[in-house]
Design a protein around this ligand. Structure first.
Ligand SMILES: [Zn+2]
Length: 174
C-alpha cells in the first residue's frame, strides 16, 4: 500500500520543503493561489513542474460526501472551497486503496478528516516553526478581515451580511 501525503495551503504557506519529504505528494490547483510569498510560490510551482508535487482533481462524489460530513460536524462554516477539495482528494485516494495522510494545521480540516478515518498530521509539531495567520473573507463581496484567534463561531460580513469563511494568508515565525 502506497502512503500518500496531501498538502493543504497551511502546509505550503509554512514553507514546508516538498523536496525533503520521501512520499508521494498531492495537492489541488487552488492551493497555489493561496500562496502569496513570491519565493515560496516559485518553489512550489517548480516542485509541481518536476512532479515532486502532483495536482489532483477530486471527484464530484467525494466533494458531496465531504460537504455532507462537514455540515454535520459544523465545520462547513469555516472551510473554504480549497479545504473541501483537499479533503475530497484525500477521500478519493483513500477509496483508491492508498494510505492517506493530510498535512495541515487547520483544525476544521483535521476534524472532518478524522470523521472519515483519514489521518492528518500537523506539521508544525514536526519542527517547522511557523504559525499561520488567518483572515476571514466574505465569499459574496470579498471583504476580508484579519483574524488573530481562530474560534469556531459564525461571523457575518459587516458589508453585506454573508457568513464569512476563513483562509490562511500569511505566516509568522514563532
Ligand atoms: Zn460581504
Amino acid at each position: 500500500m502506497t502512503e500518500v501525503f496531501i498538502l493543504d495551503a497551511t502546509a505550503l504557506i509554512s514553507g514546508l520543503d516538498p523536496n525533503i519529504i520521501d512520499r508521494t505528494l498531492w495537492t489541488v490547483a487552488e492551493v497555489i493561489d493561496e500562496i502569496k510569498d513570491p519565493r515560496n510560490k516559485l518553489r512550489i510551482e517548480m516542485a509541481i513542474e518536476s512532479k515532486t508535487i502532483k495536482i489532483g482533481r477530486p471527484s464530484a462524489t467525494a466533494i458531496e460526501k465531504i460537504k455532507k460530513t462537514a455540515e454535520k460536524s459544523g465545520d462547513i462554516v469555516v472551510l473554504s472551497e480549497t479545504d473541501i477539495k483537499i479533503l475530497s482528494l484525500a477521500l478519493d485516494q483513500k477509496e483508491a486503496g492508498h494510505k492517506v495522510v493530510i498535512l495541515t494545521d487547520d483544525y476544521s480540516v483535521q476534524n472532518v478528516a478524522s470523521r472519515l478515518r483519514i489521518e492528518s498530521k500537523a506539521y508544525t509539531t514536526a519542527g517547522i516553526r511557523y504559525e499561520i495567520k488567518w483572515e476571514l473573507y466574505c465569499p459574496s463581496c470579498f471583504h476580508s478581515i484579519e483574524m488573530r484567534n481562530i474560534k469556531r463561531k459564525e461571523i457575518f460580513c459587516e458589508i453585506c451580511g454573508t457568513k464569512m469563511k476563513r483562509r490562511p494568508y500569511d505566516k509568522q515565525k514563532i
